[in-house]
Design a binder for this molecule. Sequence first.
Ligand SMILES: [Zn+2]
Length: 215
Amino acid sequence: MIIKTFINPPFGNNNYLIIDESSHDAVLIDCSAPSPDIIEFLKDNKANLKYILITHGHFDHIMGLNYFRDKCPAPVFAPAKDKDIINHMLDYIENTKNTLNSIPNYTPDTKIPVIDNYFDNDISFKIGNNEIKVISTPGHTSGSVCFLLNDTLFSGDTMFYHSYGRTDLPSGNETEIFKSLDLLLSLPKETVVLPGHGNETTINEELNFYGAKNE
Ligand SMILES: [Zn+2]
């Protein structure tokens, strides 16, 4: 299995491309910006993009979807509870306009992307013979999910290296995110955590961090 990180605008978002070498299936997790590099990497590895999976509905995780629909179409799956946030994406872009305009060589997409499937949490996805499980982790948004593929967790904006996602945006809830973090900390310690922004971590690293804080 190849997991390749692409760091994309607008906010140093991590988009993860997973390729199963035996089946040539590929899955993209989050899609922040038009990214010719991702398409090139797919071609170089003779991989077929099977799905695009979205961890939550914030615009900085979905603004590349229109480009992919055009260049390399694959069905897009996003959490049903974040449908409202996605439909209000343009308001969030408007509110963040000054920040977005200050990013060099960057023009935000101003068309709401098409989501082919809004999923509830009892769904899973196949890549080759492997299963990508959905773990519901509300708190950053009410629909936020993490995706678990074997011993790798794609944690969106729920768990970051020594940190966690903000809860002051619409549908954010601090009590909920702490419950979600507790749930993630119960995963096997060796689980590698690949977040939506910043450095990767492990469950063991985060257990030590939170343990040390509580002492
Ligand atoms: Zn977010």
